[in-house]
Ligand binder design. Structure first.
Ligand code: LMR
Length: 294
């Protein structure tokens, strides 16, 4: 975000260690002013005046864990951060990265509803890393220039709820069915591939930072009135019967300008779509229930 020319002020917040990170990042010779905030007592100052809040907080997976296994710790963290957002910057766009995204986005929506600040146009689950992975893996298999590749990824952000739509991938490559299945599985398991390679030292941070920066840049471009900014994101949706769903979203001056439909699906993708719904539904319900518990 320090490299982004649309950022004027970059407020960094954590429960510990922020002054060092802020000093380090602040030496980069780009436009934004960097300020570090540490500890709960400084959270309000960190958030005040924000146009976009990016939440990557919480604990990462270890090998053998699913994203849902992080729920017990990360749900509470997200809930308290969102409570502060509702108080200090209720109009900010919220980019939710903390896992399980399929549940943390519904948690945020409930917290904001309770506070009377919920605007469905301003809450986003960041699924850009799924798109980034789908593009990379497709380009490798199809032997096309990765810079030219586009692949929509819909559904959610965990295992089979991640549904890459390779039938809509461009440039077209007419890959055989077994390649499409392998690419789909690799995209769905992309996070796990990193978690296993890191062998207990966490999950994707560098590719996630890249993906998070791309998505936040799209939000900032939308806020600045740049036309035709479209990214996939997990948002409140009526594209399916589920209340939240990831699909292409057009971003504008108020956040979500339009949630785009799925477009034509192959039979394999239609099956994937039906298969993901029960898991996604229960993750969404789990988040809603948690937020309304206390
Ligand atoms: C990812 O997709 O890499 C992140 O959601 C982190 C994880 O646990 O997989």
């Amino acid at each position: 975000m320090k490299l982004n020319p649309l950022v004027s002020k970059l407020a960094l917040y954590d429960i510990a260690g922020t002054p060092g990170v802020a000093a380090d990042v602040s030496h980069i010779n780009t436009r934004s002013e960097v300020v570090g905030f540490m500890g709960e007592e400084q959270l309000g100052q960190a958030l005040e005046g924000s146009d976009v809040v990016i939440i990557p907080a919480g604990v990462p997976r270890k090998p053998g864990m699913t994203r849902d296994d992080l729920f017990n710790i990360n749900a509470g963290i997200v809930k308290s951060l969102c409570t502060a957002i509702a108080k200090y910057c209720p109009h900010a766009l919220v980019n939710m990265i903390s896992n399980p995204v399929n549940s943390t986005v519904p948690i945020a929506s409930e917290v904001f509803k309770k506070a009377g600040t919920y605007d469905e146009k301003k809450l986003f689950g960041v699924t850009t890393l799924d798109v980034v992975r789908a593009k990379t893996f497709y380009a490798g298999k199809a032997k096309v220039n990765v810079a030219e590749v586009n692949v929509p990824v819909v559904g959610g952000h965990a295992g089979i709820t991640i549904l890459p739509l390779f039938s809509q991938a461009t440039p077209k490559a007419n890959l055989p069915d077994e390649d499409i299945k392998a690419l789909t599985k690799r995209t769905q398991d992309g996070g796990t591939e990193v978690v296993e390679a890191k062998a207990g030292k966490g999950s994707a941070t560098l590719s996630m930072a890249y993906a998070g920066a791309i998505f936040a840049d799209a939000c900032l471009k939308g806020l600045n009135g740049v036309p035709d900014v479209v990214e996939c994101s997990f948002v409140q949706s009526s594209v399916t019967e589920l209340p939240f769903f990831a699909s292409k979203v057009r971003l504008g001056k108020n956040g979500v300008e339009e949630v785009l439909g799925l477009g034509p699906l192959s039979d394999y993708e239609k099956e994937g779509l039906e298969a993901l719904k029960p898991e996604l539904k229960s993750s969404i319900e789990k988040g809603i229930k948690f937020a309304n518990q206390s």
